[in-house]
Design a protein around this ligand. Structure first.
Ligand code: FES
Ligand code: FE2
Length: 428
């Protein structure tokens, strides 16, 4: 269990909160690049860390992310016209450039410098991989752009999607750290999901339902090792890295692309789940890409025209009790991503952690909470830069490996959990 005041500290990310300030130290995903597909395309509303913002791409292809509301009398700039190097409010025509600077107030005399003194709060927006990233903290402490491998491999080796999740970010992240649920909730996916099935590791995964967890510190967060029995004298290890504040990677299976997530707070009761797949050394095949677009693996199907999952809490995630009874699916819900979402949303928007009963399989979650709390307080009270800001901390991989029983997983896996450009993932 967690004290209520610590739960509050960890879950609130609006401006001025300790965890909100922690998030504002990092580059975080703000949109998929596909949401701003061309110059002068329609602007997009973006809510992040409880701030309402507008994103746009100007005539020269520059990206901007700024306060959604016009400095004049507060109309939403989503209704604005994106043209000739800026976004023009539809109400009285005030115009802003990508830095939030007001560049035109048509009603004012041309020789006055009124508009030079009008500027909206704005954040940088940069494209790395398929994602547009922002940094919402102090510009003087802006880190180097992100170096996560999925965003750095050639474009044909990676695929990203996102979905709206109706819960606080932390219970979503905790699902990414807790790999003990995989043998239960995702049992059917290990057998039939085209992006998961067919690896030797799946047999170990399904053959030992009582994994032992060993959690070790990493520079940027944690490595969570889940150990299951393999052949006589050996163990099957699945190693999940967590990089602060909210990046996790699923351990690989066979030669399938590697999956992972970024869990980004929209506000305290909603988050964006960015889900990616990449292969370190080869392009994704057409079959794999099609499966990703069709919602397999860590991806999902959508309500058309939105990033809301087609299976959502308003339709009970299209749960199929008959499929559950027939044993086709442990929870009766189709798809790995929505199996997770259904249960994490079912906990309520912010789960009351003072009532939980943690067990040894929750070791990773317990350590992650401790690290988050310590880092948020050290930042707030002493200005200490948190783990994971340094791009060197981001060059990690997940791994799946069979080791002799006497070997310590991290000693044996140092190379396997470090990005080695041009070398494939360590996987079983
Ligand atoms: S409210 Fe935007 S120009 Fe008046
Ligand atoms: Fe899951």
């Amino acid at each position: 269990m967690l004290r209520q005041d610590i739960n509050e500290l960890l879950t609130r990310t609006g401006p001025g909160t300790a965890m909100g300030e922690l998030f504002r130290q990092y580059w975080i995903p703000a949109l998929l690049a596909e949401e701003l597909p061309e110059n002068d395309c329609p602007p997009v509303r973006v809510k992040l860390l409880s701030e309402r913002l507008i994103a746009f791409r100007d005539t020269d292809g520059r990206y901007g992310l700024m306060d959604e509301f016009c400095a004049h009398r507060g109309a939403s700039l989503w209704f604005g016209r994106n043209e000739e190097g800026g976004l023009r409010c539809a109400y009285h025509g005030w115009k802003y450039d990508v830095t939030g600077q007001c560049v035109e107030v048509p009603s004012e005399p041309e020789d006055g410098n009124f508009c030079a003194n009008v500027r909206l709060r704005a954040y940088p927006l940069i494209k790395v991989g398929d994602i547009l990233w922002t940094h919402m903290g102090d510009p003087a402490k802006r880190p180097e752009p992100p170096e996560f491998e999925f965003a750095r491999v050639p474009a044909d080796q990676a695929y990203s999607s996102k979905r709206w999740q109706e819960s606080n970010w932390l219970q979503a992240l905790e699902g990414g750290i807790d790999s003990s649920h995989v043998s239960w909730l995702h049992k059917s996916g290990l057998r039939d999901d085209p992006l998961f099935k067919g690896s030797k590791g799946n047999d170990y995964n399904l053959g030992d339902m009582k994994p032992f967890f060993e959690v070790v510190d990493a520079d940027g967060g944690l490595f969570v090792g889940a150990r299951r029995n393999a052949e006589e004298g050996s163990y099957y290890w699945r190693i999940t890295p967590w990089v602060m504040p909210s990046f996790t990677m699923v351990p690989p299976r066979g030669d399938h692309p590697v999956h992972g997530h970024f869990w980004v707070p929209i506000d305290d009761e909603n988050c964006w789940v960015y889900s990616f797949d990449y292969h370190p050394v080869r392009p994704l095949s057409d079959t794999e890409l099609q499966a990703m677009r069709d919602g397999y693996g860590v991806h999902n199907k959508y309500v058309p025209g939105t990033y809301r999952p087609l299976q959502n809490k308003d339709n009970d995630y299209l749960m199929d009790r008959d499929a559950q009874r027939r044993g086709e699916s442990f929870s009766g819900i189709w798809g790995i991503a929505i199996q997770d979402a259904s249960l994490q949303e079912s906990m309520g928007p912010i789960v009351d952690r003072s009532k939980e009963r943690l067990v040894s399989a929750d070791a990773g979650i317990i350590k992650a909470r401790q690290k988050l709390r310590r880092a948020a307080l050290a930042l707030r009270d002493e200005g200490v830069t948190p783990p994971g800001v340094d791009t060197a901390h981001q060059r990690v991989r997940s791994a799946a490996i069979v080791l002799p029983q006497q070997e310590s997983f991290l000693d044996a896996c140092r190379d396997a959990v470090t990005v080695r450009v041009g070398q494939r993932q360590v996987s079983v």
